[in-house]
Write a protein that binds this ligand. Sequence first.
Ligand code: NAD
Length: 450
Amino acid sequence: MLLGFMGAGKSTIGAEVAERLGRPFLDVDDEVERAEGPIWKLFQERGESAFRELEARFLREGAARGESSVIAVGGGAVETHDLLARLDALKVHLDVDVDTAWARVQGSRRPLAQDEAEFRSRYERRQPLYAEVADARATDADGVVLAAGGVSISSSADDPVGRPGSYEIVADDGVLGLHEPPFDGPVHTVSAGEAAKTTATAERLWRDFRLDRGGTLVAFGGGCTTDVGGFVAATYLRGIDWIAVPTTLVGQVDAAIGGKTAINLPEGKNLVGAFHWPVRTVIDPNYLATLPEEQRREGLAEVVKTGLLSGESLWELRDDELVRRSASYKTALCLRDPYDRGVRKLLNLGHTFAHALETGSDGAVTHGRAVALGLLAALRLSGRPTDVIEETLAPQPVRADRERAWEALKRDKKWIGGDLHLILLGDEGGYTASVSEPDVRRALDELIAD
Ligand code: NAD
């Protein structure tokens, strides 16, 4: 539910958010107009209180349709009745500065935007009310999507996050030497990297934890820490709340978003896991300042993939904005498809080849390097220029066992009747295409050094 002052863009941004989340959009003002005619006329003939009654009725009806709609609420609803506070829906304050708001509405027939001084004093009066009733604040569609997924982007030092109840922290040993977790509670350390994603680590955490069912696990580290922390949260006491605090670029744009949690088995990566969405993901791009360059490149491959899918040059943005926009893109797809049965598969762009290269090199090729090469193959098969990949990720053919990589690719579940169903890139973003075996083989071979 979007709240905010006149001119904040609730209708435009609400419609955009609804489209990105694949949900119906309801604009309460439009509903009132459809039923009773223009709002300015309603104000003139029957007064503001008649409008507020109608607004409350459409709002109640909209909210009763369930949480799956995106609802834009008139700017004044917050001032005249406490209905909003009682409605069980996520409320996001779509914030705007008063000058922008006035520039957008002056000269319109909006009844409460006829006099500038009155407009400005109304704005001052309402700002604290929005803050009081809203669960989150946003200034654009990306911000609303992030709020809907429980993701906040902030400097945790400036903006300590708190929820009632107790916390226990699962933290990457190495990260603890560099940064303080933004929550207080007993700390359980885990090793850096894949060594954390084991049944032994999970068992130690299950046995050391003292939280009751009302407690919250906080996972503080890269994708490995949030994967194992989330998995322990999904299973301990049949599931407790958890908060992800990702500290790597991979974590902030990918691993800590969307609720997939996992540990590895000797037989393979991520073979045991659960879907368990964190109650919050707290992203502080400042953590990235200490990230070694090679770790940054791992994450950059996912940023480039996201930018290709969304059609925006996300990789050119400053860290905080690059993280925010990439995280928002993934959040929207995951909210649309929480259990990875449909549209979320677009995120596999380049990944089928990447997994084959990782297997064919016995893990010597890192995931990020493999994704960079996988993106190259996907773009070549899509018949699209590859300069973005070359300029930003500079992938070079890698040493890998051709036959083992090919066998790994042949085991992929997406072969149907001799063709591989792959995510490719078109003018409108990602789509599933079927590619013949010789073409797939040729594309894989080009990624491997002689
Ligand atoms: P990682 O967690 O191993 O972190 C990489 C390294 O960076 C570690 O050595 C860590 O100690 C160090 N590090 C972390 N934060 C740092 C910081 N701020 N400054 C300096 N060093 C820091 O690896 P990753 O790349 O973050 O994540 C990879 C894992 O994520 C894989 O296991 C992968 O399967 C998983 N993953 C999961 C999902 C998902 O949807 N659940 C998605 C993508 C990846």
